[in-house]
Write a protein that binds this ligand. Structure first.
Ligand code: KIV
Length: 283
């Protein structure tokens, strides 16, 4: 069994200039594939509400939903560092609720850390969770749980003041004890500067090449989310199209009676069959 990655391992990789790889995942079989492929960090994102459950945004993801998916992913990851994404209203109401819910992710789902959205406004929660011994990854830039308040799903930090706010939020998260900060849809130069100013790693999702690590949504990079593919997502496979072809062949073979064939069926011993036939004939 491969050794489980720890935060010191991740920091060591960053210190020697090796970029971290991070991908979202929501189920056990995919987690095993991702883990064996050598991905460093696996995020059980609240994006599950959209990619898997078909909602238009991430808000319907609850703690119970997140724990169910996180538990499956954690079971599938022997090496990768697993992140439980704290869902909407699981950490915003009070610090004690934030600590309790982060603890549930660790104890019930078996993840290695939690991630939450927000900067200075969330630092009390981050401090509380970290004090309880739970590592926290921050999430700045486009924070989908507050899409309505920040004007939708668009690039953040395009004005000097907005970029300053993201830098100050990142520094505050670092001071509060976060071990890394995810930057979503932030201009590439802003990410570069923030990465230089922080002692902790930054992870970019749609935030350019100047971060310490890079994250993508699994369904986007394997071609499984038909509704929309963001510009920053490079497609490495067309799994959705392949699955559709497989299902079309399945339907066609059932229709033309090619499937199931004798090789897909099971036999009964001759004398058992004789006895069964005798019985069936009398019914
Ligand atoms: O929920 C999620 O998948 C995320 C990504 C956008 C990083 O938070």
């Amino acid at each position: 069994m491969p050794d489980k990655l720890t935060i010191p391992d991740l920091l060591e990789k960053v210190a020697r200039g090796e970029p971290l790889s991070m991908i979202t995942c929501y189920d056990y079989p995919t987690a095993r594939i991702i883990d064996r492929a050598g991905v460093d960090l696996v995020l059980v994102g609240d994006s599950v509400a959209m990619t898997v459950l078909g909602h238009p945004n991430t808000l319907p993801a609850t703690m119970e939903i997140m724990l169910l998916f996180a538990e499956a992913v954690a079971r599938g990851c022997e090496r990768a560092f697993v992140i439980g994404d704290m869902p909407y209203m699981s950490y915003q109401v009070s610090v004690s609720e934030a600590i309790r819910n982060a603890g549930r992710f660790m104890a019930e789902a078996g993840v290695d850390c939690v991630k939450l959205e927000g900067g200075r406004a969330m630092c009390d929660a981050v401090r509380g969770i970290v004090k309880a011994g739970i590592p926290v990854m921050g999430h700045l830039g486009l924070t989908p749980q507050s899409a309505s308040a920040i004007g939708g799903y668009k690039v953040q930090g395009r004005s000097a003041q907005a970029a300053i706010n993201i830098l100050e939020d990142a520094l505050a998260l670092q001071d509060a004890g976060a071990f890394a900060v995810l930057l979503e849809l932030v201009p590439a130069r802003v990410t570069e500067v923030i990465t230089q100013k922080l002692d902790i790693p930054t992870i970019s999702i749609g935030s350019g090449a100047g971060a310490s690590g890079f994250c993508q949504i699994f369904h986007d990079v394997v071609g499984m989310f038909e509704a929309f593919t963001p510009r920053h997502a490079k497609q490495y496979a067309a799994i959705g199209a392949e699955l559709r072809q497989a299902m079309e062949r399945f339907v066609a073979e059932i229709k033309d009676r090619t499937y199931p064939g004798p090789e897909h069926s099971f036999k009964i011993a001759a004398e058992e069959l004789r006895e069964f036939m005798t019985y069936a004939e009398k019914r």
